[in-house]
Design a protein around this ligand. Sequence first.
Ligand SMILES: CC(C)(COP(=O)(O)OP(=O)(O)OC[C@H]1O[C@@H](n2cnc3c(N)ncnc32)[C@H](O)[C@@H]1OP(=O)(O)O)[C@@H](O)C(=O)NCCC(=O)NCCS
Length: 164
Amino acid sequence: MISIKSEVPEEGPAIEHLLDIAFGPDRKSRPSYKVREGVAPQSSLCFAAHHGPSLAGVIRFTPVHVGDDSRAVLLGPIAVHPDHENLGIGSQLMKTGIAATKAVDLQLIIAIGEPGYLTRFGFEPASPHGLSFPVLVEDQRFLVLPLTDGAAQRASGMVSARHP
Ligand SMILES: CC(C)(COP(=O)(O)OP(=O)(O)OC[C@H]1O[C@@H](n2cnc3c(N)ncnc32)[C@H](O)[C@@H]1OP(=O)(O)O)[C@@H](O)C(=O)NCCC(=O)NCCS
């Protein structure tokens, strides 16, 4: 039985351990960590997945600016423990997270990640929209999901940390 619930603070250490396993111990040198540094994820947009009694996955979003628009978040991490992959848990986390961002009047989700996975959820290349990322990333991994009609057309500029 798979359940998706809001992340609770007590799960923090177990989530850190899961992220080390999913991304490897050098995960904090990844480009999206550089932008998230010093900014807490938006707690209302953080979810944990359980498969039976086991913590199986996590999704978080961090506030960012895109140009001068503050109605944006950076996806990440999204991760599922290798023991629980290919059961649809990542997809359930993505759908839950995207629905939650829409419910709080956000316009854009930015992601640095796997295009083959993220395009399943509507993400598209960000650079053609005039968006740029402050850390060097492979262009194909720099993605955006517009959350409202016209959001992508209105968006332009650099992604930067947003301190709430
Ligand atoms: C990517 C990840 C979150 C997927 O979680 P999951 O629970 O296994 O995903 P789901 O069960 O919802 O979906 C599985 C499908 O996604 C595909 N998939 C998984 N990782 C993929 C990737 N990197 N690129 C393209 N497709 C991928 C699988 O092949 C499978 O395809 P199918 O439906 O055609 O069989 C998980 O593998 C993971 O945590 N990976 C390591 C961390 C990572 O790379 N996170 C960033 C992803 S942007």
